[in-house]
Design a binder for this molecule. Structure first.
Ligand code: S3P
Length: 179
């Protein structure tokens, strides 16, 4: 059942990898980060995957990692910021997991990722990054239940998600799947 699989999506710096383990602790679930799965499997860090094999290769590995997670339950999954953009991954977020979009403003995302050298897409300069942010936002919004993160602590955010999970899923309304 998707409720036993919680996916966190959102732009780089939104806090998926920080909130994820806290949420997993609250739920008694395990925590997985798809970036870590990809790095583990490739045996090289993400910037090197991009450099040596190109972004499309990284995306294929990311899709593979997500697909494998359909076999796991009682798990909180932090996903790379580009994962929801791949059509092949959309079904995962829509049907295989309860998906939350950690909303972050562009300014906050920039400040949280300043000086980071592990995210190759940050190298493209601010105007291009802003365009990427704007283009991705509607996709995140369409796939995940929104959770605000600006000026909030990871603990607060995780607690909000846990409280939301304790309530019935919004997709099951009155007269819904019932039983
Ligand atoms: C990416 C985000 C990164 C990582 C890769 C590409 C993206 O993950 O998957 O560098 O396309 O936004 P985070 O969102 O955890 O930074």
């Amino acid at each position: 059942m998707p409720e036993a699989r919680v996916a966190l999506i959102g732009f780089m710096g939104c806090g998926k990898s920080t909130v994820g383990p806290i949420l997993a602790g609250l739920l008694g679930y395990s925590f997985v980060d798809t970036d870590d799965l990809v790095v583990e499997r490739a045996g090289i860090p993400i910037p090197e995957i991009f450099r040596r094999h190109g972004e499309p290769a990284f995306r294929r590995m990311e899709t593979q990692a997500l697909a494998e997670l359909t076999l796991r339950s009682a798990v909180v999954i932090a996903t790379g910021g580009g994962a929801p953009l791949q059509p092949a991954n959309r079904e995962f977020f829509a049907l295989e997991a309860r998906t939350f979009h950690l909303r972050v403003s562009f300014a906050e995302a920039l400040s949280r990722t300043a000086g980071d050298t592990k995210r190759p897409l940050l190298d493209q300069g601010q105007p291009a990054l802003q365009r990427l942010f704007d283009a991705r936002l509607p996709v995140y919004e369409s796939l995940g239940q929104p959770v605000e993160t600006d000026r909030r602590s990871p603990t607060e955010i995780a607690a909000e998600i846990r409280a939301t999970l304790a309530r019935p899923s919004p997709s099951v309304g009155p007269g819904g799947s019932g039983g």
